[in-house]
Structure formats: C-alpha cells, structure tokens
Design a protein. Structure first.
Length: 352
C-alpha cells in the first residue's frame, strides 16, 4: 500500500513524520500560517492553519498534526474558513493593529489574512495596550501593542540562532515576550542578530534604522553576498532611491539559511560614511598624506616591496588581508604573497 492520504478529495503522497502542512504544500495546497517557522519545533500557537480531519472531534492545526496513511483532510471547507476568520478577528482585537503607520504595512501576514477574509471592522473590542514600546537600543523597536504572541521570535532566537535571549513570560492576558529578567534588549543576552525581526509576521519587531524610510513596495530587493567576512552569507538589500534602507537574509539560501549576524543585518552605514577612503593616499616625507592615482600608489608599493626584498629578503614582508574580502580575493592575496613575493607571512584578519 503506497503512502498516501486524501487531501481535499485527492489522493496525495506523504512522507514519514510529515505534518499535514508540509504534506499539503508538497501536494500543491497552500495553508495559511502565522506561527509556523520552518526549521523550528511547531508550537501550534496561532490556530490559523486549522484544517478538518475526518473523524477528529475538532479542527486540527496542520503545522503540528502528523499526517498518516489514509487520513482524510479538508483545507477549504466552510468550517475551516469560519474558524480561521474568527482567529484572525481575535488576533486583530489583541492589540493596536492600525496599519496606516505600521512599519510592516505591505509585509504583514495578519494584514494579508484580514484582507483575504474581508475583515473591515474587527468584531471584538480592541485590548488595552499593556506594555510600552521599547526602543532603547540602536537596532530593534519592540512594539508590544502589535505583538500577536505567535512565538516565532522566541523560536528563532532559541532554535534557529540558539542565542536563547527571549522567551514567553507571564500568563494569560498578561503574556509577553520577555528577555531574562524582562528588561530591555540592551540589558539582556541579546546579540542583536535581528533574527527575531526577520521572522516577526507583523509589525511588533521592526528595524529602528529603517523607520519611515520606505514601504516594501517602494524598495528594490537586490540579492548580494555580505561584505563582512568570508562565510558568504546571502542577503537582500532593500534599496530606495539608490540607497540601502534595510538588509534582510535570503530565505533558504546557503550558507546562512535565512540568518544574518548583527554586522550583516545592521552595519551597512559605512557605505555612506563621509570619512570613507575612496582615493589612495601617499604619505609625504613631512608625514602628511596626499591623494594619488591608483597607478601611482601601486607603482610606489611595488618599488618599495622590491627594495625590501633585495635588502632583507621576502620574509621581511607580511600581508594581512581584509576581513571584508570575499574568499576569492583572500585566495588571490595569499597567492600574491606566496608565489610572487615568496613568503608565507600572510594572514586574514577575521576577528573584527
Ligand atoms: Fe499552525 Fe500557527 S501556523 S498553529
């Protein structure tokens, strides 16, 4: 007997240990999710992925229910849509989801679901704002009034990047994503990799530096390799009017699989620094620097190298390549030193 289940009346293959969500997606059926985070343990927190399973006493969360041989699943029934819509309405009433000024407008799963279910006026009363917004750090704004407690940030911090800086704290209507001791990010174990921001499906966690700089539909997304170290993490530059306003990771791309470190995500300001050297400088005999052409500077370095080698041998020269070099440039640097200059005095400044 082949491994199949019945998905919306159609025989569909399944793999061992698969959840309904994954098996359905493989079968070409999309089920909406909010809390589901690929690569992390499913929590079943949001109940947006509810499906009908024949014989089950209640609707099941597709993200956390294993699929089994012969199971009959319905993802598109009236009951399913009524339940999903109700859950979206409850989430909308859980905080201040006013999209007009939200940084996530245009990139918000809750907004998409509200649109899909044509929810113009929330059926339930909006909850009081319990916790003030926290933006005491240079990178991340935590707006608790927009948090739907899906737990994706916690899963990402604990299971994807394994920093374990945040968890779900308090109980019931007091629930909140907390750091150890419930202090601000600044006083916590947080290393500001920003993975929590990356996975937040609403506007509860946003990049501080990108605030007010552009909407998602106004930016061009340019894929590139992070310039910081030789790992080669894949990132997306969000560019508006020729200027980077935000950096995110490329989902599912190797080698970083949707993750970035604090430098890759937030430290792109140097590109626009007025102090950035764009022309070679040559130090004069009086100690002052003067601008020079690349030809002049390179000729001078080559001449000096030759003089040193002639006088003291190649081991009198050492090279340190830049931590921001790509692997190919670092390879060429060591080739230059070993094969051309003739020394093994070559290193890579990886610790910045
Ligand atoms: Fe399944 Fe949230 S996505 S419960």
């Amino acid at each position: 007997m082949s491994n199949t289940f019945i998905l919306n009346g159609k025989e569909t293959p399944l793999k061992p240990d698969q959840m309904i969500l994954e098996a359905a997606r493989n079968g070409g059926i999309e089920i909406p999710t909010l809390c589901y985070l690929k690569g992390a343990t499913p929590t079943g927190a949001c109940r947006i992925c509810l499906v009908e399973v024949k014989g089950a006493r209640s609707l099941m969360a597709a993200c956390s229910t294993p699929v089994s041989q012969g199971m009959e699943v319905f993802t598109d029934s009236t009951l399913v849509h009524q339940a999903r819509k109700l859950n979206v309405e409850l989430l909308l009433s859980s905080g201040k989801h006013n999209c007009m000024t939200c940084e996530a407008n245009g990139n918000c799963r809750l907004q998409d679901l509200a649109y899909f279910y044509k929810i113009t006026t929330p059926r339930f009363e909006e909850s009081e704002q319990k916790y003030p917004t926290e933006d005491e750090n240079p990178f991340i704004v935590r707006d608790f009034s927009r948090c739907i407690l899906c737990g994706r940030c916690v899963q990402a911090c604990n299971e994807l990047v394994v920093n374990r800086a945040i968890s779900l704290g308090y109980r019931g209507s007091e629930s909140k994503v907390v750091t150890g001791g419930d202090g601000p990010y600044n006083d916590s174990e947080c290393v500001f990799c920003g993975q929590c921001v990356e996975v937040c499906p609403v506007g509860a966690l946003t990049e501080k530096k990108a605030k007010g700089l552009g909407r998602p539909w106004e930016t061009q997304k340019i894929r590139t390799t992070c310039p910081y170290c030789g790992v080669g993490c894949q990132q997306l530059l969000h560019v508006k009017d020729g200027k980077i306003i935000k950096v995110t990771a490329v989902e599912d791309a190797q080698p970083n699989q949707g993750r970035l470190c604090v430098k890759g995500r937030f430290a792109y300001d140097f590109i626009y620094s007025e102090e950035r050297l764009k022309t070679p400088l040559i130090r004069e005999k009086n100690g002052e620097f003067r601008e020079a052409s690349w030809d002049e500077a390179l000729d001078l370095v080559a001449t000096k190298f030759k003089e040193i080698i002639k006088k003291d041998g190649p081991d009198a020269i050492a090279g340190v390549s830049c931590a921001r070099s790509i692997n190919e440039d670092s390879y060429q640097m060591q080739k230059l030193f070993r094969a051309v200059i003739g020394t093994n005095n070559i290193d890579h400044c990886a610790r910045t």
